[in-house]
Design a protein around this ligand. Sequence first.
Ligand SMILES: Cc1cc2nc3c(=O)[nH]c(=O)nc-3n(C[C@H](O)[C@H](O)[C@H](O)COP(=O)(O)OP(=O)(O)OC[C@H]3O[C@@H](n4cnc5c(N)ncnc54)[C@H](O)[C@@H]3O)c2cc1C
Length: 427
Amino acid sequence: MAWDFSTDPDFQAKIEWAEAMVRTEVSRLDLLWPHDVYKPLTEAQRAVVAPLKQQVRDQGLWAAHLGPELGGQGYGQLKLALLNEVLGMATWAPRIFGTQAPDTGNAEIIAHYGTPDQKAAYLKPLLEGEIVSCYSMTEPSGGADPAVFVTRAVREGDDWVINGEKFFSSNARWADFLIVMAVTDPEAPLLDRMTMFLVPANTPGVQIVRNLALFGEPDEEGSHALVRYTDVRVPASSALGEVGKAFAVAQTRLGGGRVHHAMRTVGQAQRALDMMAERALSRTTQGTLLADKQLVQSFLADSYIELQQFRLLVLYTAWQIDKFQNYNKVRKDIAAIKVQTPRVLESIARRAVQVHGALGVTTEMPLAKILSRGLSLALADGPTEVHQVTVARQLLRGYKPAEGPWPSEHIPTRREEARVALLGEGV
Ligand SMILES: Cc1cc2nc3c(=O)[nH]c(=O)nc-3n(C[C@H](O)[C@H](O)[C@H](O)COP(=O)(O)OP(=O)(O)OC[C@H]3O[C@@H](n4cnc5c(N)ncnc54)[C@H](O)[C@@H]3O)c2cc1C
């Protein structure tokens, strides 16, 4: 019977190696340089980071999301999911392991749709972790509805000229290039209306209007940019994928990434649960340990149950992707884990904060930051509600309306059918 929850021993050994590395060495980078994860490295940082990256390469775990054609191991989504659970435990871990978003997704689409010249210019340095990229799609008028996007690219001779504004372009300030989604045919149906462009960050007319900081970040560390594109001229060869087919490109980008985000969230939520349990066993109030209070036990038990349910759904989704080799076939469950990712993180982090009392809401514990990450995850890569719609639509595809006036489970109707079938009695 092909039904198994175990990991093959060789890969399990790699996961254990990665976990030890992340918990000890990589988590130290979070403590020293909490706001520098996306920035170009200083000399001091490079001296620390380069040997860590080398150890990851030596283990065959560098950029593990890549297929063999790009120099990766072709581990498949299930193994990647297990690895990402570990990488969720430290903010620096994806950078040390060469799986930093949005660079991973950006590399994925350049690998898939890029011309040989585009791959040479952008993909190779991206995969080496030498440069940073930005995905510039959301607009100030709204991110959840691409039908409202107005950033325009107009063809002039051999060039495209881009004008417009993009909001929340993460890491634009550190990026060497931006992937910009722009309207190329305003009259076309939505799915043929826009094109992706590869735009070097130093192209004249690319201007960062301001960098927005997330809750809890110092303003000056903000890295989500409002970017203005004013007469930005790029050659026709800058189009990534077919002209008009930006949506096809965007879809390719998101499939595996959502599984990785979900499993990193499992790793973070596990950390929050670990902290909650440790605190419950360490703190006494009114004569007993917190761990002995039934309401706190309920926090712990519910957190464990929510986390295990979610983890299994994510692993099952990854397993299906490997089995079908087709993201579209697994769309419902990919959307389902996207919906559940922020909920599980918020729910567990919220309880962990509470069990820590006042200490929990301070910056002396990582819990409030983990909690606020839940808020971001409910928006980044599309808000929860949009993904709920996808789950519902995909779910409904498996059903049809009842025949006749009564539901198919209507007991009197079924009883009558049973009577006819078993006893041969007519009405
Ligand atoms: C941390 C972070 C990083 C991000 N990085 C990037 C990036 O690198 N590049 C990029 O282009 N964008 C990025 N985004 C933007 C993100 O994709 C958008 O925030 C998201 O698509 C929602 O768009 P919006 O913020 O304009 O909200 P809106 O589109 O204004 O939606 C607001 C709210 O309306 C409701 N809503 C919207 N649509 C529906 C619907 N169909 N049904 C029911 N309710 C609905 C939801 O509650 C939603 O949260 C990032 C966002 C965050 C938080």
